[in-house]
Write a protein that binds this ligand. Structure first.
Ligand code: ADP
Ligand code: GN1
Ligand code: MG
Length: 366
């Protein structure tokens, strides 16, 4: 059935009158629209279909995001000059008070205030942007450290549990559900050779060597909105904010942001880790977090970049072997192209690992 967006929008408490809705952004999970209102002086909105095949408990997810954004707003309120409509996401409530709309086709919708004059980049162009990205995710984490109340609901349990991801991957390879295994044996072997190494962080957590904290867990650079001057505006895409380990956030930010190529670059010559961008991320992140991180956590930061790159390669290849059920794809081999780019990036990090560790030490010390 054709989606009637105006009808959906009518179930949210918006100011102004619906004018138009257009597909927006480059997310791989949710479907996002910008909704414009007819009046010049009224706000615009960001409307999303939540991917409920992935986020199965939408009421709990909605509550998490409400709690997180309320807390961040309180923190901003105490900082003079804060822009409460642009520095934190503002969820829009529904007429029934649930915060989401379930339409007759089974789609779950939510809405936020649209943050105007914001920039969201898929690729970085300089080390200052990396510094700002690192700072944004560091700040996000430190502002949420004292979130009151019960732990956030684990919307995606074991999201970055690499040990579990590897077990699922081995199972998928065994099943080979759509017959794609033969063409990817080399990639499977590469990943399996490293499987023991990348179970380390989960094991350290289990042994109590590193603590769980509230972390973002999806720290792609396009999940930070920057202002006109490339300063931090707002961290968005809060679906995966849950307890986890600190290296997940800085690790995924570097995986995504310090790549000289694209996440899905077909030309592997473009793909490598840029050490200046790595340094920018670490500098910004540690500026915001080094007072609270333990030495054991600091020791995981450079490793986190390799870990999240490895894990992402496993996730993309797992989805490829499964027949592309998780990520949006634009070609039949898209997930394989993504896997190969992650593998190339991981190799580049392996080559530069000593330097990466030295950079972490430098910024942790001063
Ligand atoms: P996904 O989970 O699919 O990545 P996001 O929540 O990240 O979805 O939204 C997709 C894109 O939409 C973002 O990368 C960003 O460019 C833009 N975006 C998201 N929320 C807002 C907002 N409140 N205001 C302006 N742009 C936004
Ligand atoms: C997804 O939603 P988006 O596009 O920001 C994914 C991340 C992956 C990323 C790879 C909930 O992020 O974990 O790292 O794609 N989000 C989820 O681009 O699986
Ligand atoms: Mg996103």
């Amino acid at each position: 059935m054709a989606i009637n967006i105006e009808n959906v929008v009518g179930q949210f408490k918006i100011e102004g009158t619906f004018s138009e809705a257009n597909i927006f952004g480059d997310g791989l999970i949710n479907t996002t629209y910008k909704v414009k209102t007819a009046e010049d002086n009224q706000a615009n909105y960001l409307l999303q279909i939540i991917n409920h095949h992935i986020f199965k408990n939408v009421p709990e997810l909605t509550k998490n995001i409400q709690r997180v954004t309320d807390h961040l707003r309180e923190k901003l309120n105490a900082i003079p000059g804060s822009d409460l409509e642009r520095q934190v996401l503002t969820p829009i409530d529904t007429l029934d008070g649930s915060g989401f709309v379930l339409d007759q086709d089974g789609n779950y919708w939510r809405m936020f205030l649209f943050i105007e004059n914001a920039r969201s980049y898929n690729q970085l162009s300089n080390a200052n942007q990396a510094y700002v990205g690192g700072k944004a995710f560091g700040q996000f984490q430190s502002r949420l450290a004292d979130l009151p109340g019960e732990p956030l609901y684990p919307v995606l349990p074991d999201f970055h549990n690499t040990e579990m991801r590897i077990l699922n991957f081995i199972e998928r390879v065994k099943q080979n559900p759509v017959g794609r295994l033969e063409s990817v044996q080399e990639e499977v072997d590469f990943l399996m050779e490293r499987s023991e190494e990348f179970k380390k962080v989960v094991q350290m957590g289990r042994e109590g060597i590193i603590p769980e904290r509230i972390v973002h867990q999806d720290t792609k650079f396009n999940n930070v909105l920057l202002d006109e001057k490339d300063d931090i505006l707002c961290v968005i895409d809060l679906d995966t904010v849950m307890p986890g380990f600190v290296c997940y956030d800085i690790g995924d930010a570097i995986r995504n942001g310090a790549n000289t190529g694209l996440e899905d670059d077909r030309d592997l010559d473009n793909v490598s880790m840029n050490i200046e961008l790595f340094e920018g991320f670490i500098k910004g992140f540690l500026e915001e977090t080094k007072e609270v991180l333990t030495p054991a956590e600091i020791n995981t930061l450079a490793f986190g970049a390799k870990l999240l790159t490895y894990e992402q390669a496993v996730r993309f290849l797992d989805d490829y072997i499964d027949g592309d059920n998780y990520y949006k794809v634009n070609a039949p081999d898209h997930n394989l192209v993504r896997t190969r780019a992650q593998i190339k990036l991981l190799k580049s990090m392996e080559e530069q690992f000593d330097q990466m560790e030295a950079i972490v030490k430098k910024y942790a010390a001063n």
